[in-house]
Design a protein around this ligand. Structure first.
Ligand code: NIG
Ligand code: FE
Length: 413
C-alpha cells in the first residue's frame, strides 16, 4: 500500500525544511497539533490540520488514527558499516580490560580482522546477515541508511560489499545510500600512496560506471591515511563525480574538520577531537558535523563537543556508526539518549539531527528528512504523544509503526 491518511495526530513533528538546519534553527521542529498527513503514491501530498479528507478516493487509502501519538519523519542513519563478515567479541573484551582500539588494529586485528572475514564470506552470506540487520533498523524507525564498504580493501571484496547493498536496496523497504570506503585501512603489501593510486585507477572507475556508490569516504587518522593524502584522494574522487564524506578527528586531531569544510564534503564524521578552529570552519560551511555517540560510548572515549558545535552554528547530524568493531550497535534509541544526556543536545536538536540534517549529510535534503509536501512518505508513529519521550524512555524503542513508502518512477496513482 502506498496511500495513507494519518489523522488525529496528537503531535505532528514535521521538521519542515529543504536544507540543513544550523545552530539555533535546529530547535525548530515545525510542530502541528491535531495534525494530518496524507501520502499518495508514496509521496506526501498533504500536511496540515486534521480535517475532512481532502482526497478524491478515500477508499484507496489506509486510514490510520494517531490519537495520542506523535508522528515524525523516518529516521535517517547517515553513517554505518552494516555489511560485514564475522564479529569481534574477543576484541571488545580486550578493550574492556585496557587494550586500545588502535593497538589492536596495529597488531593485525581490528578492521583487518573484519577484512579477512568479509573476504571469506560469500555474497549470499553477507546479504543474509545484512538483511536481518536492516530489519532491526526498520523496527527502530530507520527509513534510509547509509552503508559503507571498506571491509574488503581488495577490488573484488569491496565490489561484493557494494553489490550486496545494491541488491538489498532493491529488495528491502529501507533505502540504502552506498559509500565507497576502500580507504578504511592500508592493506598489507601496499604503501599508503600506492594504495591510493590503486583505488583511484582500478576501483573507483568501476564503481562509477556501475553506479555502485554515490559517496566516497576515507579514514583520515594518524597511522591510517594522512590529511594530505586524504585531500588528494577525495579531490580526485570529486572530479570523478563522487560526493565526499570523511572519518575526521576521531582518535587524534589531524585537521580533518578543516579539510572537510575546505573541500566541501557532505559531512565530517566522528569529530571527537575536533579543535575550535575545526568547529568554526564547519560552522561556516555547508558540511554537516555528524556525531556518533554510541562509538564514543563503546570505546569509552570522551564525547564529541555537540553542544559547542551547535552553539557555534554548525549543522549537526547524529548516526549510529553501526560496525563490528568500534560500535556494534544500530540503536537509534541509545544514540538519542547519549546525545541528550552526555553531549547536551536538546530533544528537539536530537530529532533534527536524525532527520533533516541527516538527510543533508547524504545530499538528500530535498527529498527526505521532513514531512513536507513532495517528499517521500517515510514516516514513523510513536507509541507516545510527544517526541520528548525519545530521550526520556532511555534506550527503549518508542516507534510503534514505520511507514516506508515505496516509490517508483512509473507509479501512476
Ligand atoms: O567509524 N574508524 C574507522 N572505522 C569505523 C570502525 C570500523 C571497525 O572498527 O571495524 C568507525 O568507527
Ligand atoms: Fe565509521
Amino acid at each position: 500500500m502506498n496511500n495513507y491518511i494519518i489523522k488525529n495526530i496528537t503531535q505532528l513533528v514535521t521538521c519542515s525544511g529543504f536544507s540543513a538546519k544550523h545552530g539555533q534553527a535546529m530547535s525548530d521542529l515545525g510542530i502541528i497539533e491535531n495534525g494530518m498527513v496524507i501520502i499518495t503514491g508514496g509521496i506526501i501530498s498533504y500536511v496540515g490540520a486534521s480535517s475532512e479528507f481532502p482526497v478524491e478516493n478515500p477508499e484507496n487509502y489506509e486510514i490510520i488514527d494517531a490519537t495520542g501519538k506523535a508522528v515524525l519523519p523516518g529516521f535517517i542513519d547517515s553513517h554505518t558499516h552494516f555489511v560485514f563478515g564475522g564479529y569481534r567479541e574477543e576484541e571488545f573484551s580486550w578493550r574492556m580490560h585496557g587494550d586500545s582500539y588502535m593497538s589492536i588494529m596495529q597488531r593485525g586485528g581490528g578492521i583487518y580482522n573484519t577484512v579477512r572475514a568479509t573476504q571469506a564470506a560469500s555474497f549470499e552470506e553477507l546479504k543474509a546477515a545484512a538483511k536481518s540487520r536492516l530489519d532491526k533498523m526498520l523496527a527502530m524507525g530507520v527509513t534510509t541508511v547509509e552503508g559503507k564498504s571498506g571491509y574488503g580493501l581488495d577490488k573484488e571484496t569491496e565490489l561484493k560489499q557494494l553489490r550486496v547493498m545494491q541488491a538489498l536496496n532493491a529488495e528491502h523497504p529501507i533505502d540504502i545510500v552506498s559509500t565507497y570506503l576502500g580507504a578504511h585501512a592500508v592493506p598489507k603489501g601496499y604503501s599508503e600512496s600506492a594504495y591510493i593510486d590503486f583505488m583511484l585507477k582500478e576501483v573507483l572507475p568501476i564503481i562509477k560506471e556501475e553506479g555502485l556508490a554515490e559517496n566516497c569516504d576515507i579514514f583520515c587518522e594518524k597511522g591510517v591515511f594522512s590529511t594530505e593524502l586524504s585531500k588528494y584522494f577525495l579531490l580526485e574522487a570529486k572530479k570523478m563525480g563522487f560526493q565526499l564524506k570523511i572519518h575526521a578527528d576521531e582518535i587524534v586531531n589531524t585537521g580533518g574538520a578543516e579539510l572537510a569544510a575546505e573541500i566541501q564534503a557532505l559531512s565530517a564524521d566522528h569529530l571527537l577531537q575536533a579543535s575550535e578552529k575545526g568547529i568554526s570552519a564547519l560552522a561556516q560551511s555547508n558540511t554537516v558535523a555528524t556525531l556518533l555517540p554510541c562509538t564514543a560510548f563503546s570505546l569509552k572515549e570522551e564525547y564529541a563537543q555537540g553542544r559547542q558545535m551547535i552553539d557555534a552554528g554548525c549543522a549537526v547530524a547524529l548516526a549510529t556508526d553501526y560496525n563490528p568493531g568500534s560500535c556494534f550497535s544500530s540503536s537509534i534509541p541509545l544514540t538519542i539518549a547519549l546525545a541528550c544526556i552526555y553531549m547536551k543536545l536538546s530533544p528537539e536538536e536530537a530529532v533534527t539531527a536524525l532527520t533533516i540534517n541527516a538527510a543533508a549529510a547524504l545530499g538528500k535534503e530535498k527529498s527526505i528528512g521532513s514531512i513536507d509536501v513532495g517528499k517521500k512518505g517515510d514516516i514513523i508513529i510513536l507509541e507516545y504523544p510527544s517526541y520528548k519521550f525519545l530521550p526520556y524512555h532511555v534506550s527503549m524503542n518508542c516507534v510503534s509503526r514505520t511507514i516506508k513508502s515505496q516509490w517508483h518512477a512509473d507509479d501512476t496513482d
